[in-house]
Structure formats: C-alpha cells, structure tokens
Design a protein around this ligand. Structure first.
Ligand SMILES: [Zn+2]
Length: 263
C-alpha cells in the first residue's frame, strides 16, 4: 500500500467519524422530544377508540328511545280501543257478547301492562347507556386535554431544536454525498450499520478492558479484540470492522481528535 492510499483511507476514516459525530448530535437533539410523539400517538389511538364506542352507544340510545316511543304509541291506541270496548259493553244484549267483550278488554289491559313493563325495562336500559355515554365523554375530554398538553410541550421543544436539526441534517447531507461520491460501498456499509445498530452507532472507538492489561475491546459490543487487530487500528490507515457486531473501529484518541476539530 502506498502512502497516498494510506492518506486516502485515513481521510475516509475521518469522514466516517465526522458523520457519526453529526448523527450523534442529531440523535441528541431529537432525544429531547423524548417519547412525547409516541405518547401523543398512543393517546390519539385511545381517542379514536373512544369516539367509536361513543358513536355505538349513541346509536343504542337512539334505538332504545325509538322502541320506547313505538310502545307508547301502541299503548295509546290500545287505550283508545279499550275505551271503545267499554262503551260497547254498555250496549250489549247477550251474556256471550258481554263475555267476549270482557275477555277482549282483559287481553287489551294485559298487552298495555306488558308494554308498560317493556317501557320500564327499556328506560332502564337507555339510562345505563346514557350513563356510559356520559362517562365516556368525560374520559374523552380528559384524553383531549392530555393530548393538548403534550402537543404544547412538544411544540416548545421543536421550536428550540428545529434550527439545530435543520443545520445538522444539512451537514449530514453534504458529508454523505461527499462520502458516497468517494466510496459508495463504504458509505452503504456505514448507512446499513447506522440504521440497524442500537443507538445508530456505526463507528465506535475501542475501549481498554479492565481485566486485561493493554488489551482493548470493541466500544459497541465489548468483544475483546486480538492484539494484532488493535495494533492495526492504531495505525489509522485501514478500514477495520468489528467481526462480532460489524461496527467500524477506530482508536479513542483519533475519534476524540476528529470530534473536537468539528465546529
Ligand atoms: Zn463490536
């Protein structure tokens, strides 16, 4: 490998570290929003479930009220009928006729009574539906208040961080485009690692192990690194990837140096 090659690889390593530092800054800015967006989304789901339930209970109330109304109408005409029968009773001539009309009056009364029982039962049912409706309405208002409160907090955080986020995204875009033009495979590798690994850490620096003097581990998965590999890492002229987790490995001083040099 020539000195020029080494210098180029070192340049790529610097860019990888820079890209990682920018992403770390971006994640930190976004972390300030915490789980507020998720909380808001969960609350919105609850609101939509509750609104659905409210519509259903509202429909049940209407249906029950319609049934009650129909029974009242039916009883009104049954009472009219009873009145007519009683009048007829005054004018009957035979016992048979009297008996027949009396029987019809009794049956009419029974139907009226049964209808009244049904009305009471349905009114009871409608009242429990209305109770449920009122309770759900209270819950809905509480949820909406909680959403509004969280949205306000999120908005305040966003206002503070929006500018920083835009700036970081621009820097990331510029550096990504540069790296992609220089070495598309390397950039793809970085992106894949960044998207799939915990905390979006594609580039880590090695860390000294506590138990073994002079030995180093991957700063991402803490796998112990062979001495020879660590020596190569400190040369800073090779792209080295952790065999265990796939992260790009650099030495700590190098990482810090690059991070500090960034505005
Ligand atoms: Zn690792």
């Amino acid at each position: 490998m020539t000195t020029t090659d080494n210098a180029l690889i070192r340049e790529r390593l610097v860019e990888l570290i820079q890209l990682q530092v920018l992403y770390d800054r971006l994640y930190a800015v976004r972390a300030r929003q915490g789980d507020l967006p998720q909380q808001i989304e969960d609350l919105r789901d609850k609101v939509s479930t509750l609104q659905h339930a409210l519509a259903e209970v509202g429909e049940l109330i209407r249906q029950t009220e319609t049934e009650i109304g129909a029974l009242h109408v039916s009883n009104d005409s049954l009472r009219d009928h009873e009145q007519k029968l009683r009048k007829k009773l005054e004018a009957v001539r035979t016992n048979q006729e009297y008996f027949d009309i009396e029987t019809e009056i009794k049956e009419t009364r029974l139907t009226i009574e049964k209808n009244l029982q049904d009305i009471r039962r349905l009114q009871h049912k409608a009242e429990s539906f209305r109770q449920k409706y009122r309770e759900d309405e209270v819950k809905l208002r509480e949820l909406q208040t909680r959403i509004a409160e969280r949205e306000q907090r999120l908005e305040a955080i966003k206002q503070h961080t929006a500018e920083q986020e835009v700036q970081l995204l621009e820097q990331i875009k510029a550096l990504s485009q540069h790296l992609q033009a220089q070495d598309p495979r390397l950039f793809q590798l970085f992106e894949r690692r960044r998207r799939s690994l915990r905390g979006g850490k594609a580039v880590v620096h090695v860390i000294p192990t506590e138990r073994l003097e002079g030995r180093y581990a991957c700063g991402g998965c803490y796998t112990l690194l062979p001495r020879e590999l660590h020596r190569e890492i400190t040369q800073r002229d090779k792209i080295i990837i952790c065999e265990s987790c796939g992260r790009f490995l650099v030495d700590e001083a190098f990482y810090m140096e690059v991070a500090k040099s960034m505005p």
